[in-house]
Design a protein around this ligand. Structure first.
Ligand SMILES: [Zn+2]
Length: 323
């Protein structure tokens, strides 16, 4: 995939796109319009179409055709799904990109992180369009999403466990086989409290803040929930789980969100203080029912509720994006 990771490149393709469009529409139109007027004038003056006139016109027709064909070839070559830069270079995307670019220019961020973010902005624009379409036909889930968007806009470009957060979106490295830099669990802190973490477990700071807010609110409503004290699961621990647990039960080492500090396994309790049993439902274990109902309002989600191996305890932030 040819990516669009620089402002200059997007600006260039944006103007190139307009230039090509003009060559294919306005230029031929003006040419034929002028010639049409001149032909009428000649006819009015009863001047015969001399050989010279026709040859002269054919020459310019040749140039206009050449410009049209060349522009068309360039446009067709660039305008395919592999060229994000050209495909997304429309006014809306360009403005959005420009805004975000200017927003980031005041922050001290590594160039590659900045480019990754901007590229995501570009891709999200596309997703947003799709979501708008989907939401227009299915309005039911809209309100929850808006509640989340109203206050979950954390930004922290310092990477904790290789994860950075911009505007409420958690960016994590995409797994590349053979490249350990991209594996989860390779960067867990040894001593979280002394390494910039706001919690002793090694959770990503903003995920921890969301979790705490969520669990506090549960407690206020009379439901007891606790989070795992394992905030960042190391690659070797995940390998151990993977090799000892039933196949499909534990994520492949390197891809678990636990290793990026953005997943937690919760414990749910009954009103009498006992732990909810393994054979539980949202009804038989009301604290879990409350959690599944309300997670979204705290920027959290239970992604494995409908998985083949249902994990009703596994929670993650809602907005995650590979970089
Ligand atoms: Zn889990």
């Amino acid at each position: 995939m040819f990516t669009c990771n620089s402002y200059d490149l997007l600006t260039f393709t944006y103007y190139l796109k307009y230039f090509l469009a003009i060559n294919m529409t306005i230029v031929p139109f003006i040419f034929f319009f002028i010639n049409f007027i001149q032909a009428i004038k000649q006819k009015k003056k009863h001047i015969k179409f001399t050989k010279y006139f026709i040859i002269d016109r054919s020459k310019s027709l040749f140039y206009v055709l050449a410009i049209f064909i060349l522009s068309f070839i360039i446009h067709s070559t660039l305008n395919n799904n592999n060229n994000a830069c050209y495909v997304y270079a429309n006014s809306n995307t360009y403005q959005l990109y420009k805004e975000n670019y200017e927003k980031l220019s005041h922050m001290e961020i590594e160039t590659n992180v900045k480019n990754q973010y901007l590229e995501n902005v570009l891709m999200n624009k596309k997703n947003e369009d799709i979501n708008t379409l989907v939401n227009n036909t299915n309005d039911s889930n809209n309100n929850d999403a808006e509640t989340v968007d109203n206050y979950l806009h954390e930004t922290d470009t310092n990477q904790l466990n290789r994860v950075y957060v911009i505007d409420g979106v958690f960016y994590y490295p995409g797994y590349v086989y053979g490249n350990r830099d991209t594996y989860s669990g390779m960067y867990c802190p040894n001593n979280p409290s002394q390494e910039g973490f706001n919690n002793p477990y090694g959770y990503n700071n903003y995920f921890y803040t969301r979790l705490t807010r969520f669990i506090d609110e549960a407690n206020k409503n009379g439901y007891k929930i606790t989070m795992s004290t394992q905030g960042c699961r190391s690659y070797s621990t995940q390998s151990y789980y993977y090799s000892t647990m039933t196949p499909g039960r534990a994520a492949k080492p390197g891809i678990s969100f636990h290793g990026f500090g953005i997943a937690s396994d919760l414990e749910f309790y009954q009103n009498d203080g006992s732990v909810c049993s393994g054979y539980r439902t949202d009804t038989s274990c009301p604290s879990m029912g409350w959690a599944h109902q309300n997670a979204r309002n705290y920027g959290l989600t239970f992604p494995l509720l409908n998985a083949s191996y249902r994990e009703d305890w596994h929670i993650e932030p809602i907005n995650k994006q590979k970089y």
